[in-house]
Every structure is written in C-alpha cells, then in structure tokens.
Design a protein around this ligand. Sequence first.
Ligand code: IPE
Ligand code: IPE
Ligand code: MG
Ligand code: MG
Ligand code: MG
Length: 357
Amino acid sequence: MRTNDQMIKKTDINGNTISTEKNEIKAAPAVENKQSLHSYKELSHLFEQRFNVRQFPEQPEKLYDASQYLLALGGKRIRPVMCLMGNEMFDTIKEDAYHVAAAIELFHNFTLVHDDIMDRAPLRRGMQTVHMKFGESTALLAGDVMLVTGYQSLNKVHIDFLPAVLSLFNKTAKEVCEGQQLDMDFEKMPEINFDDYVRMITLKTSVALAASLQLGAILGGAGLGNQGHLYEFGKNLGIAFQVQDDYLDAFGNPEKFGKKTGGDIMANKKTFLLLQALKVASASQQKELHSLLRLNDESKIQPVLDIYTSCQVDVWAKELKQKYLSIALEHLEEIAVLSARKKPLEDLAHYLMDRDV
Ligand code: IPE
Ligand code: IPE
Ligand code: MG
Ligand code: MG
Ligand code: MG
C-alpha cells in the first residue's frame, strides 16, 4: 500500500478521481480523456479481425490442422483483451500490442492442449479436445508449434520494447509450467493446505492474466509503479478467475462451460472445493470423502458433489472470489490514471466473477 504522502488525489472536471503517484511519469494524454475506451467486446472483435486468419502453413496437414482446430474454436479471448486494455489505459492502442496479444493467445492455447492431455479431458470449448481428435503425439506437437508461432509474433515487437516484453513473457511461461507441475503433484498428495492451493493457481493461471495486462502497459509507456499495480490487479483477479473455474468444473452447465464437468473430482485435483469440504464436513462425510478419493471411476462424482453441496461450498466460493476481487480493485484504484480509464478493466473484473462460460 502506498502512503498518502506518496499520492496526490485530485478530481477532474467530470468528477472522476485521479490518483497520481508523485514520481509517476506516465499519464494518459488529456485530449483522450473524453473518449470512452474500448469495451471487452470491441477489443475482442478488433483482436479477432487480425487473429482469425490461418496462423500456420498447410503441410504437414495433420499437425497444423490440429493447431488451427483449437484456435478456430475461439474461447473468451480474455488474455489478449487484457493486453489491449493494459495498453489502452496509457495510450492509443499500438500495433505492437496486437503482436503481443496474439503471442499471449497462442501461448494460452498451447497450454490448453497440453493441459487437456495431462488432465485427460475429452471436451474443450464444447468440442473434442485436440488429443482426442488428432491423437496425443500430434497434440503435443500442435501445442509446441503454437508456442513457437507465439514467439514469432513477439519477434515483431519494436526493439525498444522487446527485452522487457520477452523477459516478462518468459518469466510467466516458466511460472505456468511450475504451476502445472504443482497441480499434478497435488493430485497424489493427501494433505494440501489453502496457501499451497493459492500458490499453485497463482502460478498456473493468474500470472498469465497479470502479465497480459503488464505487457500491454509496457508498450503503452507506463511507469513501473503503475505496471506493478496493474500486475497485482491481474494476479488477484486471476486467482478469483481460477476459483470460478474450479467451481464451474463441479457445478457448471457443461453445455455452456464447454468442458466435461466432474473432471477435477475424477483426477483428485486439490481444488478449494475439496480443501474446504475436507475442513468443514462432518466426521462421517470426511471419511467418505477420503474413501471416494481412492476410487477411480465416474461413480464417485455425484457423491462428492453431494458432500460439496451440503458443505455449502458455493457460499464459500462467493466469499473467496469477493476477497480476491477486492484486493484486485484496491490495486486498480492505485493506478495513476484518470478513473475513467479504469472502467473497462472494472467491467471485465465483474464479468469474470460471475461467468458461466
Ligand atoms: C481456461 O482458460 C484455462 C484456465 C486457466 C482456467 P479460459 O477460461 O480463458 O479458456 P478459453 O480461452 O476462454 O477457452
Ligand atoms: C489450467 O487449469 C491452467 C492452464 C491451462 C495453464 P485447468 O486444468 O483448471 O483448466 P481447464 O479447466 O482445463 O480449462
Ligand atoms: Mg489442469
Ligand atoms: Mg484442465
Ligand atoms: Mg479447470
């Protein structure tokens, strides 16, 4: 938290609060303040206008068709939109931001293909997963080639920004791998505490959201203080985002969610639902949960869901999301730009909290 003497708080002519760090160098140009910034929907459209072309060569057909297959299924495009929002918070959107947004989305899709192999998932975005449709070996390569194509896109970024962009991108990519390893290690471990869970989901999911924003901000010329708050906003929002993902994996509508529900229960994932149930359930339910964890067939899904429901994990999910959303919004508040420039991110944060997709 910043102390008051490091901050100047003012109100602009429209009544918006302006928080200014005394040593912050970057403020968005006054002339743009009157224009409203792009919404999530508009940015995702602008991104897709550039991104929805075939990203890969024709041959070998099976490899590149497998990669293109997943990209064409779309998804929410949260991360590229966050990159563009991080950029637009400080300047008009730069072409480089689209290059980085494409790299981020390619990286994300690479992680999904590999994640679905690791999680033995049959469905993604309402369709067969890449490994189910094309086989595991092709899926591994299809993921690899997406990652490399992502780096080719990063390589288009102006040399002035490239070192900072690459260093954050690479740090994040390694963290995601670390988080994914912890996620799998935890499947086999009986005792995981809540802090371990938060550390794992921070690495596997939330740093990518945080970095998407910061990468956009770097390209917009944001100062380090603002970059830091934006990163922390994205990180805490990302934790709430994964909490919702874990909730939907148990209680979502598979038609909308596009993934097979109950997968986390089948794989003994140490989600907050399980941790909380193991903490608050009655002694007999805890015993039952432990024996269900030893089963390896789908018959365990419903009894586990019943225990979750009787432990009111939905109430706890709400509280947890709210806790991390509040921390995220505190960091957004600290960013030294006109409050009107924070509106798209505020809207995005609220949308992500209650999503069912
Ligand atoms: C799925 O991410 C993987 C998680 C980190 C939970 P998204 O929910 O953003 O997936 P798409 O891109 O919209 O399909
Ligand atoms: C995945 O977490 C995070 C990454 C892909 C890096 P999950 O395994 O919960 O994601 P989904 O639910 O399969 O999308
Ligand atoms: Mg996973
Ligand atoms: Mg998964
Ligand atoms: Mg999940």
